[in-house]
Write a protein that binds this ligand. Structure first.
Ligand SMILES: Nc1ncnc2c1ncn2[C@@H]1O[C@H](COP(=O)(O)OP(=O)(O)OP(=O)(O)O)[C@@H](O)[C@H]1O
Ligand SMILES: [Mg+2]
Length: 292
């Protein structure tokens, strides 16, 4: 019986660390012996750079613009540890739907049976945070990905983007859409940031997959054009990414999150604002478990 390929989509607010986390996850899964494809769905087409020494690769849409018939293998490049790297690309700036790259690229691969032929264990889609556009919702809506994870810090705008993603998942959950695996908490250093994320996941009936600290090792590795798994495999940060990969590999069942309504989210944020203010002024309110 052919092995079952797992398809995972990673969403999150712009600049929150999706590509960094996804690339380290791909690298860690490949170190565990899995065959992985990382599929960049951002028109910036920089998702796979740190798997390829900082180099950009031609995108599926750009290649399709140059020639009418494209063989899937022309847009698949090998990166660190043999990882298959793909960048869907986007339309010319200011024209058309930015999600079209994903749709076109996935169709091309399906038609040419690429996923079967490569016998992949994982395809990881690195998608934009904004699911308002149908194109970006596509990995959820069409059930292309089975499991969705969101990268979020404890910053309100990042939590807000994750909550919006939960709304998107809930909307399509009855019609065979992807379900939520959990939250990858990024840039979690101060104690209160862990408490904020923990509180958010508990209210939305989701879970934290791993807490990833903000680390200079990530910055140093990125400046070398590499993931932390490649550039600093013995570092504490690499161990965190390995732990994340182990948890994602062991993860089987995703479910429907319970997003907060806008008013609930605002009230929730305001209560945290009060608690942080109380902490700063020395009056510790209830609800903060580990302090700053
Ligand atoms: N845990 C971390 N520690 C240190 N730096 C980090 C961490 N996570 C992300 N970064 C840095 O934050 C910056 C943005 O990260 P990244 O490009 O992965 O975000 P993104 O969500 O993919 O952004 P975009 O929405 O623009 O695609 C990068 O310079 C990256 O090195
Ligand atoms: Mg990115």
């Amino acid at each position: 019986m052919p092995k079952k390929m797992k398809q995972i989509a990673i969403y999150g607010k712009g600049g929150i660390g999706k590509s960094t986390t996804t690339s380290n996850l791909s690298a860690a899964l490949s170190q565990m012996g899995f065959k992985v494809m990382q599929f960049g769905c951002d028109p910036k087409s920089d998702s796979t750079n740190t798997l390829r020494n900082g180099q950009y690769i031609p995108t599926v849409l750009d290649t399709l613009r140059e020639k009418t018939a494209v063989k899937a293998h022309e847009v698949i490049f090998r990166g660190f540890n043999g990882i298959y790297c793909v960048e869907a690309g986007g339309p010319a700036p200011g024209v058309g739907c930015a999600g079209r790259g994903i749709i076109t690229a996935v169709e091309l691969f399906k038609q040419q049976k690429v996923f079967d032929e490569l016998e992949l264990d994982y395809v990881i889609y690195d998608v934009l945070g904004d699911v308002v556009c149908g194109g970006f919702a596509m990995p959820i809506r069409e059930g292309i990905a089975e499991h969705v994870f969101t990268v979020s810090s404890s910053d309100f705008m990042s939590v807000y983007a994750s909550n919006n993603l939960f709304k998107g998942i809930k909307k399509y959950s009855n019609s065979g859409g992807a379900l939520l695996g959990g939250v990858i908490a990024n840039s979690i250093n101060a104690g209160y940031s862990k408490d904020i994320i923990d509180d958010f996941v508990s209210r939305t009936k989701t879970r934290v997959m791993e807490y990833i600290p903000r680390s200079i090792t990530v910055t140093q590795s990125e400046l070398k054009g590499k993931t932390t798994i490649e550039a600093a495999p013995e570092s504490d940060q690499a161990k965190v990414y390995m732990r994340l990969a182990e948890k994602i590999a062991a993860h089987e069942v995703s479910d429907t999150p319970s997003p907060l309504e806008v008013g609930e989210l605002q009230a929730w944020a305001a209560s945290w604002s009060d608690q942080l203010l109380a902490l700063e002024s020395g009056v510790v309110a209830g609800g903060i478990k580990s302090g700053i």
